[in-house]
Design a protein around this ligand. Structure first.
Ligand SMILES: Cc1cc2nc3c(=O)[nH]c(=O)nc-3n(C[C@H](O)[C@H](O)[C@H](O)COP(=O)(O)OP(=O)(O)OC[C@H]3O[C@@H](n4cnc5c(N)ncnc54)[C@H](O)[C@@H]3O)c2cc1C
Ligand code: FES
Length: 519
């Protein structure tokens, strides 16, 4: 598939995704889903199964967002930890969190079986081991909290089953899983169309309005009217402020290289560092290794706030160093890519009715590093809400919730955002076009304006206003993905200014317009 969320490509992107048309007419439907990632496609699949008329639109390809950049650990071992979640949401909250994530793993397994989706779904154990200089108490606390949450089969072992380095003590989470994310979405797409659903790619939702019916206008002016709209754009593009003060966008990095088959037991592995490292194995393409002697080791980590790293290349270097020290059997790095994660201040995803007065607009966001299960939970929960069924998980995931105990993190993240506005007053990254190499970008100051300047591979110059069209922070050049990334709430734009990630919904403005493009 073509990557429309950045310059790098993941292991999964070698897989073709269904070629679906662009929307070129108006439509009336029961439910319109915006965003064809794991969340949107799962909602669409379950609603179509329930007999609803469903339309899915995506401004890129199916799976072209973060679902194509995931590492696809499918797990109930939550990366914010049960011991921390319990402090904010209590024992009942952790119990629902555990129950819903276990249900999501089972749901993916049952859908794969029912729809005969050949997506390399595999049950594996997960191991959480200690990071450098960390104390075993951390694991003991997490074990006790996981047990209180109902995951009574989690156990503390003396080490994870890795022999190339001493992991120290580790928690074992039995019967977790992994899969190939795009093969799974392909299967969902096939089933949605079979059940009467319609899929459209290259179709950007420009405005989304509540009402009876609710209404979407695409950037080409086509109108979709629907009884209900689900905004599954990873970062919601319909909400301007409320949710974006309750979650923050982070970049995360992945490398993959070949190792001799069997040198690491098939499992999921995570350490307790902050940011943490995440590890899994995957089949090497048969064409590359017909003898089946090798498999791919996939390692991720090195997260940072979006738009706040000047040298993202360094993150790959650190990740490779970390990996080679612990897994010296890894050959050359075959793949490297990065992606975006939304981190809610109180650790739980936001899935439900859009906060405020909206009656017919639903959202799924705040995925953390557990977005595959969170996206699947969104599928189940939003289907129930739209069909008018009660769901015991709705309160925990309610996007309108206020978690007072998370106030310190809320203030910290929002002070960080406020600090980014000082970029309006600073000099540009460079003073002359000559300092910008082909395939690269930089912000230049011109009088009071800041201009995002990209020089393409042929040397052509492309200019856009450097003012983010969400809430007007100044974007920064991301040299790894060749995108303009906003340090405030994580909007991203391609080298020519088109939106890659929300919350922005409008492209970067032409340089001559005085005001940033409005929503
Ligand atoms: C490197 C990395 C590793 C990860 N590892 C794991 C893991 O091991 N386990 C796990 O559970 N989670 C993991 N995650 C998280 C998980 O992959 C994501 O949370 C999940 O895939 C997000 O799915 P989504 O459907 O919410 O969003 P996406 O897959 O991003 O889908 C949103 C879609 O909305 C579309 N869109 C946006 N705006 C518009 C618009 N205005 N109009 C039309 N379409 C629009 C986009 O094009 C996109 O296709 C990882 C994420 C990354 C980046
Ligand atoms: S993402 Fe909010 S100002 Fe850019």
């Amino acid at each position: 598939m073509r990557s429309d969320s950045g310059y790098t490509t993941s292991v999964w992107m070698a897989t073709d995704v269904p070629d679906v048309p662009k929307l070129n007419h108006n439509i009336r439907t029961s439910v319109c889903v915006v965003g064809a990632g794991i969340a949107g496609m799962t909602v669409a699949y379950l609603l179509a199964r329930a007999g609803r008329a469903v339309v899915v639109i995506d401004d890129g390809e199916i799976g072209g967002g973060e679902t194509g950049r995931t590492t696809a650990h499918i797990t109930a071992a939550l990366d914010d930890w049960y011991s921390e979640i319990e402090k904010l949401h209590g024992e009942e909250g952790t119990r629902i969190a555990a129950e819903s994530h276990v249900a999501a793993i089972n749901k993916i397994e049952s859908i794969s079986a029912l729809e005969d989706i050949d997506c390399d779904f595999e049950r594996v154990d997960g191991y959480l081991f200690l990071g450098d200089n960390q104390d075993k108490n951390v694991l003991e606390r997490e074990l006790a909290a996981a047990h209180r949450a109902g995951l009574t089969d989690v156990e503390l072992l003396e080490r994870a089953p890795i022999t190339s380095f001493a992991t120290g003590p580790a928690l074992r989470f039995p019967r977790q899983a992994q899969f190939h994310s795009l093969k799974y979405l392909n299967g969902l797409a096939r089933a949605i169309v079979r059940d009467g659903g319609q899929l459209y790619s290259a179709t950007h939702a420009k405005t989304i309005e509540d009402g009876e019916p609710a209404k979407i206008v695409t950037s080409e002016g086509h109108v979709i009217t629907a009884d209900n709209i689900v905004v599954a754009t990873n970062s919601p593009v319909n909400d301007w402020v409320i949710l974006h003060t309750k979650q923050s966008a982070y970049r995360t990095y992945v490398i993959a290289g070949r190792i001799p088959r069997g040198s690491i037991p098939r499992a999921l592995y995570w350490d307790t560092c902050d940011p943490y490292h995440y590890i899994r194995l995957h089949e090497v393409d048969q064409l590359i290794d017909p003898s089946h002697r090798e498999e791919l080791l996939i390692v991720g980590g090195e997260d940072h706030k979006t738009g706040q790293e000047q040298n993202p290349e360094d993150r790959f270097r650190c990740l490779e160093e970390w990996t080679r020290k612990r897994f010296p059997m890894m050959g050359k790095v075959d793949f490297r890519w990065s992606g975006q994660i939304m981190e809610p201040v109180d650790y739980m995803a936001f899935i439900g009715k859009n906060p405020g007065t909206d009656q017919h607009i639903f959202i799924a966001t705040g995925d953390s590093g557990n977005g595959i299960t969170h996206g699947t939970i969104a599928g189940m929960l939003l289907t129930d809400l739209i069909l008018g069924r009660k769901n015991p998980w709705s309160k925990l995931y309610d996007p309108s919730r206020v978690t007072l105990r998370a106030t310190t993190d809320f203030l910290k993240e929002n002070l960080n955002v406020a600090g980014q506005y000082t970029d309006w007053a600073t000099a540009g990254d460079v003073t002359s076009y000559d300092d910008i190499k082909p395939g690269s970008g930089a912000v230049i100051r011109r009088g009071v304006k800041k201009i995002a300047v990209y020089r393409d591979e042929e040397g052509g110059i492309h200019e856009r206003s450097a003012v983010c069209t969400h809430l007007y922070c100044i974007v920064n050049w991301n040299s790894v993905e060749r995108t303009w990334d906003c340090p405030c709430h994580g909007s991203r734009f391609d080298a020519y200014g088109q939106v890659v990630n929300g919350p922005a919904i409008m492209p970067l403005a032409e340089v001559d317009s005085d005001v940033p493009a409005s929503r």
